[in-house]
Design a protein around this ligand. Sequence first.
Ligand SMILES: [Zn+2]
Length: 142
Amino acid sequence: MADFLSPSERSQRMSRIRSSDTAPELALRRELHRLGLRYTLGNKKLVGKPDLVFPRHRTIVFVHGCFWHRHQGCSICTTPKSNTPFWQEKFDRNVARDTRVSAQLEAMGWRVLITWECELQSGIRTRATAERLAGLIRAGSA
Ligand SMILES: [Zn+2]
């Protein structure tokens, strides 16, 4: 990520990842729906407030931003050159939380799938990602 974001741009970016209604996620939801999968959104009773919940398949899908959730090997997953220890600590916390949340959900009998924002960056990629996820979601409930 660029290091030259102004504080307001940066906080905008930060607030964006909290939102569950980003354009890539909406596109993914549309594709999954087209593939016949039915989900519930933003289930607040579940730990981690999962983005998409497929109750019939006992499966949860998180849509992770590559920067904040540290998609290893991904070009979006950069580390700012200034204030590096601050960012590193923040990233470490995010990754630790993701790991903890997944473990808790799995302990409750959910299957947890992760998809990354870079897998949703065009209509074609989103469609391919949705088809892959749909296969995984359906396979789990067989
Ligand atoms: Zn990525």
